[in-house]
Write a protein that binds this ligand. Structure first.
Ligand code: M6R
Length: 615
C-alpha cells in the first residue's frame, strides 16, 4: 500500500510532489509527508496525519524550497496513523530521509540489533528500521550512501519501493524496488519517480519501470544509472512511452471520481471491446489466447484467482467458461490459494484478475502457480503493472485509470473480457454454437448504448436512495450469473456507505438468512428475465411475506415483479451472460447515492486503499 513520489531537476520540487501525492492518494490516505533539500543544502521534512491537504496546510508558510525531494502518502500497516509514523522516516542523525511502500518482514530482528548498537526509535514503523540500518552501515563500513542502501537492502526481507535523499546532497536521489512498483519518468534534465505513472503524466511520457531487485541512482546532470541489487552490475534501461493523458486523471466536471467512472462506462466498454469482435460479429479475437491456442485447446482445468471485486468477476467467469468452453473451472481467493499448496500441472491454466495488477495476494498466487508449472494468464487494467509482467500471457481490459477506491468500470471491463475470453476459447475448442457467438458478440457491440440507457436510471435511484439512507443492514440476492452481481452490489454499499450488507444466492436465503428479514431489512433482488427468473420470483415472495421491503432490478417491460416488489428498476434486456454487466450499474448508483446522502467520502472510504500491496 502507500504511494511514493520523488523529483530531482530544475523546478521547485514541492508543487510537483504535492500534485503527485494527490494523484497517488488512492493508495492510502492515513498520513502524508515530504522531505526536501533546500538551496542551502539543508533537509526539511514536513509530515502529518491525514490526507495530503492536511500536509499542505501544515507546510504552509514553511521553507518548501528545493529542487530535489521525496514524498509519501500512507496506508498504515506498522503503527497507527499519526504524525510520528508518517513518512519520510529519518535516520538517527536526521540526515537521511526515506519513503517506503511495502513491508519489511524482519524489521523486529533488525531493530533489536540496532538498539543493541545504541540506536533509538521514534516511530513504530518498519520503515524507520530500514533508514536507521542504512545510516548504521554507512558509518560502520565508512561507505557511500549508495553502497549503504544496497547493503541494507540485502539484509531486509519483504517488499519495498523506496526513495532516499540525504542532507547536504541536493544532487542525488536513490530509489530501489522489490515486489512493490516503481516508475521512473525521464524528462529533459529532470527525473520523476513514483509508485505509478500518474504523478509523471504531463511532465514526460518517457518512463522506465524499475524491475525487482534493481536500484537506480539519479544524479543531477548525469544519465540515469540502474544497477542489479544482486550483483551490482548495470541493468539494461528500457525506456517506454507512456500512453496516459491528463484528462484521464481528472474528475471532468463530476463531483467525484467514482461518479465519473460510473458514467464513463459506455466509453470504457467501447475501448475494452475495440478490435476484439470481427467478421460481422461472427468471431472474437483475443491475441493472448490465440498465440497460446494449444494451451487453451489442451487445458485440463482453469483456476481463476483474484481478490475483492475482481473475485466477483471471477465467479462470473467460472460460469461463462464452463458453459461456453466445457472446461472445469475453480475460483479461488488469491489470499487463500497462495497458502493452499494447490495441485497444479502444466495442463492447468491459472487466470488472475486484477484491476491494479499490484495486489500482493494475487501476485503471490500467480508466482506460486508458475512455480508449480501452470500456464498463467492475466486479466489486468493497469498497463505494465507487476501482475501482467509476471504472467505468461494475458488481456488488458483497457478501461483507463480507475481512481475511486470502489471498483466500478474495472468490474464491468473484467466481466466483458471474461465474456470475450469464453467466446474466443469456445470457438477454438468448438464448444460453442456459431449462432451463440454471433448473438453474444452482437449484444457486446451494443453494450455501450445499453449501458447509456441504464445510466438514465440515475435520478430515479437518487430518489430511491433517500428512502434507504439510514438502513443499518441490506441483503442482496441473485441467482445464476447474478449471484456474483449480488455480492458485488453488497460490497459496493459496504465499502463506501459503511452500511452492513450481505450478498447471497437467492435460494440459499431460506437456509438461514431469512431469519434476518423484517421491516427494517431491505433486500435488493437482481431478477432479470433469464432462465432462473421464475425461481427468483418465489424468493421475493418469501421476503415480502416476512415484511421485508424489496428493490428489484428487472428487465424492461417486466410487469409481474412490479406487483410484488416495493420498487422496480428496469434495465435493458441482454443475453443472460451479459446481465451482470448491466445489472451492476443500478447497484453502483444505489451505493453511490446512499453514501453521498450520508456525507461519506466515496472516493476515499475509511480504512481502504485502491491497491492492496500488503498481505
Ligand atoms: O486491483 P485488484 O483488482 O487486484 O484489487 C482487488 C480488490 O482489492 C478490489 O477489487 C477491492 O475489493 C475494491 N475496493 C472493490 O471495490
Amino acid at each position: 500500500m502507500c504511494g511514493i513520489v520523488g523529483y530531482l531537476g530544475h523546478r521547485q520540487a514541492y508543487e510537483i510532489l504535492i500534485q503527485g501525492l494527490h494523484r497517488l492518494e488512492y493508495r492510502g490516505y492515513d498520513s502524508a509527508g515530504v522531505a526536501l533539500i533546500n538551496d542551502d543544502c539543508n533537509l526539511n521534512v514536513y509530515k502529518t496525519r491525514g490526507k495530503v491537504s492536511n500536509l499542505e496546510q501544515s507546510a504552509d508558510g514553511k521553507d518548501t524550497n528545493g529542487t530535489v525531494g521525496i514524498a509519501h502518502t500512507r496506508w498504515a500497516t506498522h503503527g497507527e496513523p499519526n504524525d510520528v509514523n508518517a513518512h519520510p522516516q529519518l535516520s538517527q542523525s536526521r540526515s537521511i530521509a526515506l519513503v517506503h511502500n511495502g513491508t519489511i518482514e524482519n524489521y523486529s530482528v533488525l531493530k533489536k540489533a540496532l538498539i543493541q548498537h545504541g540506536y533509538s526509535f521514534e516511530s513504530d514503523t518498519d520503515t524507520e528500521v530500514l533508514v536507521q540500518l542504512i545510516e548504521f552501515i554507512k558509518i560502520t563500513n565508512g561507505c557511500s550512501t549508495l553502497d549503504a542502501v544496497t547493503e541494507a537492502l540485502h539484509q531486509v526481507e519483504g517488499a519495498y519501493a523506496i526513495a532516499v535523499i540525504e542532507d547536504g546532497d541536493p544532487d542525488t536521489l536513490i530509489v530501489a524496488r522489490k515486489s512493490s512498483p516503481l516508475v521512473i519518468g525521464v524528462g529533459d534534465g529532470e527525473t520523476f519517480i513514483a509508485s505509478d505513472a500518474t504523478p509523471i503524466v504531463g511532465f514526460t511520457d518517457k518512463v522506465v519501470y524499475l524491475q525487482d531487485d534493481e536500484i537506480a541512482v539519479i544524479r543531477r546532470g548525469k544519465p540515469l544509472q540502474v544497477l542489479s541489487l544482486k550483483d551490482n552490475k548495470p541493468s539494461k534501461i528500457n525506456i517506454q512511452t507512456l500512453k496516459l493523458s491528463l484528462a484521464q486523471l481528472e474528475k471532468g466536471g463530476y463531483d467525484t471520481f467514482m461518479l465519473k467512472e460510473i458514467f464513463e462506462q459506455p466509453a470504457t466498454l467501447r475501448d475494452c471491446l475495440r478490435g476484439r469482435i470481427v467478421d460481422d460479429c461472427n468471431r472474437v479475437v483475443l491475441s493472448g489466447v490465440e498465440i497460446n491456442k494449444d494451451k487453451f485447446l489442451n487445458a485440463r482445468r482453469i483456476v481463476l484467482v483474484a481478490c475483492g471485486t475482481s473475485w466477483h468477476a471471477a465467479l462470473i467467469g467460472k460460469r461463462l467458461i464452463q458453459e461456453m468452453c466445457g472446461i472445469p473451472v475453480e475460483v479461488e481467493y488469491a489470499s487463500e490459494f497462495r497458502y493452499s499448496n494447490p495441485c497444479l500441472t502444466k495442463d492447468d491454466i491459472v487466470i488472475s484478475i486484477s484491476q491494479s495488477g499490484e495486489t500482493a495476494d494475487t501476485l503471490a498466487a500467480i508466482q506460486l502457480a508458475r512455480e508449480k508449472g501452470a500456464f498463467v494468464y492475466g486479466i489486468c487494467n493497469v498497463v505494465g503493472a507487476s501482475i501482467p509482467r509476471n504472467t505468461d500471457s494475458g488481456t488488458y481490459i483497457h478501461v483507463g485509470p480507475e481512481i475511486g477506491v470502489a471498483s466500478t468500470k474495472a468490474f464491468t471491463g473484467q466481466v466483458t473480457v471474461l465474456v470475450l475470453l469464453a467466446l474466443c476459447v469456445g470457438q477454438l475448442r468448438g464448444t460453442i454454437l456459431p449462432q451463440t457467438v454471433h448473438d453474444v458478440a452482437k449484444a457486446l457491440t451494443e453494450l455501450p448504448e445499453t449501458i447509456e440507457k441504464t445510466l438514465r436510471l440515475d435520478s430515479k435511484i437518487q430518489e430511491l436512495s433517500r428512502i434507504f439512507t439510514y438502513a443499518h443492514n441490506f441483503l442482496y440476492l441473485g441467482r445464476g450469473y447474478n449471484y456474483p452481481t449480488a455480492l458485488e452490489g453488497a460490497l459496493k454499499l459496504k465499502e463506501i456507505s459503511y452500511i452492513h450488507a450481505e450478498g447471497y444466492p437467492a435460494a440459499e436465503m431460506k437456509h438461514g438468512p431469512i431469519a434476518l428479514i423484517d421491516h427494517e431489512m431491505p433486500s435488493v433482488i437482481i431478477a432479470p428475465s433469464d432462465s432462473l427468473y421464475d425461481k427468483i420470483i418465489s424468493n421475493v415472495q418469501q421476503v415480502k411475506a416476512r415484511g421485508g421491503s424489496v428493490i428489484a432490478i428487472v428487465s424492461k417491460g417486466n410487469r409481474a415483479m412490479a406487483d410484488i416488489a416495493d420498487y422496480c428498476l428496469e434495465i435493458p434486456e441482454v443475453p443472460e451472460c451479459l446481465s451482470p454487466i448491466v445489472a451492476s450499474i443500478p447497484l453502483q448508483l444505489l451505493a453511490y447515492h446512499i453514501a453521498v446522502n450520508k456525507g461519506k467520502n466515496v472516493d476515499m472510504p475509511r480504512n481502504l486503499a485502491k491497491s492492496v500491496t500488503v498481505e
